[in-house]
Design a protein around this ligand. Structure first.
Ligand SMILES: *Cc1c(COP(=O)(O)O)cnc(C)c1O
Length: 834
């Protein structure tokens, strides 16, 4: 039961002499055909790729739905303790391939469609990514859903059904231009709408201070505005198991379809306007990664989905006669993905106190046994705060309860540190300097039984630097759960060539559900024949990526060059501009010495900048403009190419990652909480050049120090440098090459007639004080790149390192991560579905 279901069914047995029943392929073919005709009302002759995709998705969905119903029935029958994952973002990407693999229907669907005269790959491409997230945090949630189902854990994901996901990115003259991502314009075959489980959510209004006949304070939240939350369920299918959990996403609607009075006055548009305001709440994902922005609508989004989800959990819990409030926390575990859903702590308190008539103490006890919180970042600009004024306006009763929660928290601080007002100031949920603000992280810590960081280093810094007082106040509350990625999407699906090679070499496919089994490849790392096959797979993947680069960017690249890849959100702390400084250095060395013997490289970038993040956009422009100059410079003999692929997203990541030789993980030490892109790339045989930051530290421990290119200041060295005083001009003055490339960047060399085009970037490095220490790390980075160059010249050596990277990535399966959460935080057990 626990062995992996084959990624593809075993080779078809020879056809029996007399066929009495249809083959699975024939059955699927007629099912696809039936959906095309009866569901989509399409004639075969006029059906588009999109139509074929929808028809096939619906055919696969039939099986998925049967499993989903069976799964829910088993979970309900057993009254299983469940984990409810609360996340404002889910970066799911495409679901087609995942669902085909989960149902074992991939090969069958391919041949069915081909026998219908269709191009399978083209049909796959018709699916628009479900891009309801910004980056790593949302993608982590998606990987977790995959592992939860694969490991048979009873789980439900809750979030928002954004009408518009993360913007589509285009480059115009090297500049990022954003377009709305109207992803559900043509419908979504994976969704099941459940209007019968809609929830009413209240906002605004005021609190009436009422006392009951025994003198107890019985506040009433009145004069509220209401909107409706309608659940849209997306099945999440496990691999090699029948478990199908669900992702329940809430779409907001107006409570009244029409204001009839306005309608009768002939005011049609006035009547519909009320409706628009209801629907606005789930309209669009905020496109900021790691920057909170204090906007009213964002607070409304957070409360909207949390309120709907808690109501839904309570409804599901209490509908079983065996359940009551007494066993609520025994049955329900809620994980808060960052502070975005932290208002849940207050909302559950409010429901229990105001609606269920519990004492605050009793309510708070249930709350504290229900929630756990994952911290994703130490960056101060990412720690969510809401002005007290905004809270008062949008959620006045919740603000009262926050003050009550805080009063008790500060009492506990007083017991621990009598008379110490500094301790109270840092622990308080209310920040008092300047305008008063509600600190959501402090609220989440106070209301959760467990708080976790996402990599060993990050958790250590969380305890040491961000929350040392809470760590002392609540010993044992903080834990580490190093992030992971699902091997189903990030190897099996995205890299079929490598998957086949691994399966062939290991003699089984069990690695798909037990990634530690990749260790079995270690003994082949020195085997020349295997090295050849491994690198042939890499080359074939590079040929495919080269075609995509040609089609998307119009740039010719050689698959024999080293593919040097940096794909992630554009952020100063991730230091795409450090990569750019190295590109400039190589370019300059070549111009000064055209015969210089360097390994030809293709620099591949993929990154979206938050629309309001001007410096990030300036970095994008600089990479594009300088890249174009380099790509067109015949003097350097094609040794350097720069390809910035537009619109980085999950489906594009799946094409880039299998083709990467080198993985750039070069954040300033202490800034990247974990990273997961680093894991995806290493799993696919890319070597890492990186700082000792986030999960890079643990990747280095797993693959071994000889198999990774580590450079740069450590966290302690960064702290020491700031303590001593850092001046980028000292680095500039001491390094002739660095000085030349910084001056080059500041000149109009790359933008004739437009001096200062990269002024924002130049200023951040020099006048702005270089907050991310690029100049401090440049020489160390450049030296590490020289080691990469030397290693790549020896194909056998490189192949060995690449194989060892793949072989030693077992730890970074999200299955391992989820098992740790399940056993150490959620205390849930797998439930088998037959
Ligand atoms: C994995 C992933 C990320 C996270 O990448 P990091 O390098 O860890 O920041 C962001 N976006 C997409 C589309 C991803 O697939």
């Amino acid at each position: 039961m626990r062995t992996a279901k084959a990624a593809k069914p075993a080779k078809k047995p020879a056809a029996p002499a007399t066929k009495t029943v249809d083959s699975p392929e024939e059955r699927l073919r007629s099912l696809i055909h039936r959906h095309l005709v009866s569901t989509l009302a399409r004639h075969e002759g006029s059906a588009s790729s999109h139509d074929w995709w929808v028809a096939t998705a619906l055919a696969v969905r039939d099986t998925i739905h049967e499993r989903m119903i069976a799964t829910q029935a088993v979970h309900n029958d057993q009254n299983a303790r469940r984990i409810y994952y609360f996340s404002l973002e889910y970066l799911m990407g495409r679901l087609f391939g995942n669902n085909l693999l989960a149902t074992g229907m991939l090969d069958c669907a391919r041949s069915a469609l081909e026998s219908l005269g269709q191009d399978f790959e083209k049909i796959r491409e018709a699916e628009v990514d479900m891009g309801l997230g910004n980056g790593g945090l949302g993608r982590l949630a998606a990987c977790f859903l995959d592992s939860l189902a694969t490991l048979d854990y009873p789980a439900l994901g809750y979030g928002i059904y954004y009408e518009f996901g993360l913007f589509r990115q285009q480059f115009v003259n090297g500049n990022q231009v954003e377009h709305p991502d109207n992803w559900m314009r043509f419908g979504n075959p994976w969704e099941v709408v459940r209007p019968e489980y809609a929830q009413v959510v209240r906002f605004f209004g005021r609190v009436e201070n009422v006392f009951d006949d025994r003198g107890n304070y019985r506040p009433r939240w009145v004069d509220t505005k209401t909107i409706l939350g309608v659940p849209h369920d997306i099945p999440t299918a496990g691999y090699g198991t029948k478990t199908v959990n669900l992702l329940r996403l809430w779409a907001s609607k107006s409570t009244e379809d029409f204001d009839l009075a306005a309608f009768n006055r002939g005011g049609y548009f006035e009547a519909v306007r009320e409706q628009t305001s209801g629907e606005t709440v789930s309209k669009v994902l905020y496109p900021n990664d790691k920057t909170e922005n204090g906007k009213e609508l964002r607070l409304m989004q957070q409360y909207f989905f949390v309120a709907c989800s808690l109501r839904d959990i309570i409804r599901r819990h209490l509908r079983n006669p065996a359940n009551s409030w007494a066993n609520f926390a025994d049955q329900v575990a809620v994980q808060l993905n960052d502070t975005h859903p932290a208002i849940a702590v207050v909302e559950l308190t409010r429901i229990l106190v105001d609606e269920e008539d519990m004492s605050f103490e009793a309510a708070w006890e249930i709350v504290g046994r229900t929630f756990a919180y994952t911290n994703h970042t130490l960056l101060p600009e990412a720690l969510e705060k809401w002005s007290v004024g905004l809270f008062e306006k949008v959620l006045p009763r919740h603000l009262q309860l926050i003050y009550e929660i805080n009063r008790r928290l500060l009492d506990a601080v007083e017991v621990k540190w009598p008379g110490d007002n500094d301790k109270k100031r840092v622990c308080s949920v209310i920040e008092e300097n300047g305008g008063k603000q509600v600190r959501m992280a402090n609220l989440a810590v106070a209301g959760s039984h467990t708080v976790n960081g996402v990599a060993a280093l990050h958790t250590a810094l969380l305890k040491q630097d961000l929350f040392p007082e809470f760590d002392a106040l609540y010993p044992g509350k903080f834990q580490n759960k190093t992030n992971g990625i699902t091997p189903r999407r990030w190897l099996l699906k995205c890299n079929p060539r490598l998957s086949d090679l691994i399966t062939q070499r290991l003699g089984h496919e069990n690695w798909v559900r037990d990634l530690d089994l990749l260790r079995g490849l270690e003994k082949s790392a020195d085997d020349h024949a295997f090295q050849k096959e491994f690198m042939a797979v890499k080359r074939a993947n590079k040929v495919e990526l080269a075609a995509i680069i040609k089609a998307e960017c119009g740039i010719e690249v050689s698959p024999d060059a080293l593919f040097d890849v940096q794909i992630k959100r554009l952020h100063e702390y991730k230091r795409q501009h450090l990569n750019l400084l190295h590109i400039l250095a190589l370019y300059r060395r070549l111009l000064q010495n055209p015969g210089l013997d360097i390994v030809p490289r293709v620099f591949v970038f993929g990154a979206k900048a938050a629309p309001g993040y001007d410096l990030a956009k300036n970095i994008i422009r600089a990479i594009n403009v300088i890249g174009a100059r380099i790509n067109g410079d015949s003097r350097i003999g094609g040794k350097l190419k720069v390809a910035f692929l537009p619109n980085y997203r999950v489906s594009l990541a799946e094409k880039i990652i299998p083709a990467a030789d080198l993985s750039e993980q070069i954040s300033t030490a202490g800034k990247e909480a974990s990273g997961t892109g680093n894991m995806k790339l290493s799993l696919n045989g890319a070597l890492t050049i990186g700082t000792l930051d986030g999960a890079n530290v643990e990747i280095g421990e797993e693959v071994g120090g000889d198999n990774i290119f580590i450079f740069g200041l450590t966290v302690d060295e960064v702290a020491a440098l700031w303590a001593k005083g850092y001046n980028p001009w000292d680095k500039y003055n001491a390094d002739e090459e660095l000085r030349a490339i910084i001056d080059w960047l500041g000149s109009e060399y790359f933008t004739p007639g437009e001096p200062g085009a990269f002024g924002a970037l130049h200023h951040s490095l020099m006048g702005g004080g270089d907050p991310y220490l690029l100049l401090a790390d440049f020489r160390s980075y450049s030296d590490a790149q020289a080691r990469v160059d030397a290693a790549y010249r020896n194909p056998k050596h490189w192949a060995k390192l690449a194989i060892l990277n793949t072989a030693r990535m077992g730890k970074f399966s999200s299955d391992r991560t989820i098992r740790e959460y399940a056993e150490q935080i959620w205390k849930i057990k797998p439930v088998a579905v037959r």
